[in-house]
Design a binder for this molecule. Structure first.
Ligand code: SF4
Ligand code: SF4
Length: 437
């Protein structure tokens, strides 16, 4: 299927209404990442997988129309069964749409809100176009802003450059400063790639000590080496993170975090792992058993199976033709979601840390298991080492929480253990050689 290009300039076009009966397979809750400016961005980060998506809509203005905006917000708000609705904007670079677009979108969303519903707004940005006006809007409407930073200057500038290949660090820091000065709630999204993979503590401490952020999301760069920009082929570019180093990167940060930052720094990977050790949903789609409840909306109303699968094969339809709830409930999308579990190779099915990993994201499953079965995650070696490494501390934290204590007590238990005794994490090593300080 090729992406549809909807113009809809005739004013009497009616976008679809909520189905009278909720489709049987519709998720009760789902997540939409909307790209009001499509893949268009003012920067040209070398590893970015969105820019190649421009080719899918060649000749397009890449600007969400009033019709799509209204259909999107109405369908999203009326489909959600819970009291909270998250409205998430991404790109490309969504701030290219201008402040007025977002002011208007807030009004449209508020107009569709039902009594008792709480609308929560999030936006992911590279931060370079932020102004006082943007920050006022974010603060006044309690936006959670995700800002992309890959670490200190030299690591950030390795790949995050503009269209002239000029570095962007100073412009991003200016954006961070504006957010901070205006009391905007923000967190950092950090890609882990070939340039920063060997500097985990420099990256983590920069966020904690220099940027003073409390929430960090680490995103491994696995960039397939092909000309299509799609999830095809089994080789990766030289910018991609190395699997074993990805594991080492997570472990180095985890070991610092578990000794001194539990309860004050929040690293999404670690929160997700703790949830898994507690037997709860991980809260990150990549670690869930199945997926399919996080779709991507293009500027023209095209809905794709996932933000990482904005490809003709994964186009579900257009929300100006079919209600998004029906697209989410469609057999194609349900199969997309369950395939994550049903295509796991035996190596994963028998893996001791499968409960936490679940084979991670299907987009990264293009290598072979030691016995030759296709479909193993490229990052497997890293995840295996990481999840095995955190098992002891995770068990301790999970037990603390089950007993009504706080997880941060793990820091005292680990660091104050008798130095010559066994480490309480269960590693079998002496405490002084493990977690004791
Ligand atoms: S394909 Fe990957 S990123 Fe997309 S929903 Fe599934 S696990 Fe999440
Ligand atoms: S660690 Fe490797 S083998 Fe285990 S579930 Fe994850 S990808 Fe599969």
């Amino acid at each position: 299927m090729t992406p549809t290009r909807h113009k809809h300039d005739h004013t009497d076009h009616k976008t679809p209404s909520l189905p009278a009966v909720r489709p049987r397979d519709a998720p009760s809750d789902f997540h939409v990442l909307a790209k009001p400016s499509g893949p268009i961005c003012n920067l040209d980060c070398e590893y970015c997988f969105f820019l190649s998506k421009e080719a899918l809509y060649s000749g397009d203005r890449f600007r969400m129309s009033e019709e799509v905006l209204d259909a999107y917000l109405r369908q999203l708000v009326e489909s959600q069964t819970g009291p909270e609705v998250e409205i998430a904007w991404q790109g490309g670079e969504p701030t290219l749409m201008g402040v007025e677009f977002f002011r208007h979108a807030l009004d449209v969303a508020a107009g569709h809100r039902r009594d008792g519903q709480i609308l929560r707004h999030t936006i992911q940005t590279n931060g370079t176009l932020l102004t006082e006006e943007w920050c006022e809007l974010f603060r006044d409407h309690a936006f959670l802003v995700g800002i992309s930073v890959d670490g200190p200057r030299e690591l950030h500038d390795a790949f995050r450059v503009d269209k002239h290949a000029d570095p962007t660090f100073d412009r991003v820091m200016r954006g961070v400063e504006l957010l901070r000065r205006n009391d905007v709630d923000f967190n950092v999204l950090c890609t882990v790639n070939a340039a920063n993979q060997d500097r985990p503590l420099d990256v983590y401490r920069f966020f904690r000590d220099e940027l003073d952020v409390r929430h960090v999301q680490l995103i491994p760069i696995v960039e397939r080496d092909n000309d299509t920009g799609f999830q095809e082929g089994d080789t990766v570019t030289s910018r991609s993170v190395d699997p074993a180093r990805w594991g080492d990167f997570l472990i180095a940060i985890f070991d610092e975090w578990v000794r001194r930052d539990v309860g004050t720094m929040f690293v999404s990977m670690f929160d997700a792992a703790l949830a898994s050790w507690l037997g709860l949903p991980a809260g990150m789609c990549i670690f869930a058993e199945t997926c399919g409840d996080a779709v991507a909306l293009e500027h023209n109303g095209d809905l794709h199976a996932c933000d990482h699968f904005v490809e003709p094969r994964y186009l579900l339809g257009n929300i100006t033709d079919t209600h998004m709830l029906e697209l989410l409930a469609s057999p194609r999308q349900r199969e997309f979601g369950t395939a994550k579990r049903d295509t796991l190779p035996r190596y994963c099915r028998e893996c001791a840390v499968r409960f936490a990993c679940n084979g991670e994201c299907p987009k990264n499953r293009f290598t072979r298991t030691p016995d030759g079965e296709f479909g193993l995650n490229y990052l497997c070696a890293g995840y295996k080492t990481f999840f095995e490494h955190v098992d002891g501390p995770m068990r301790l934290m999970a037990d603390l929480l089950r007993q009504g204590h706080h997880a941060d007590e793990v820091m005292r238990i680990l660091t104050k253990a008798p130095r010559n005794g066994p480490c309480p994490c269960g590693s079998g090593r002496k405490a002084k050689l493990c977690h004791a300080t």
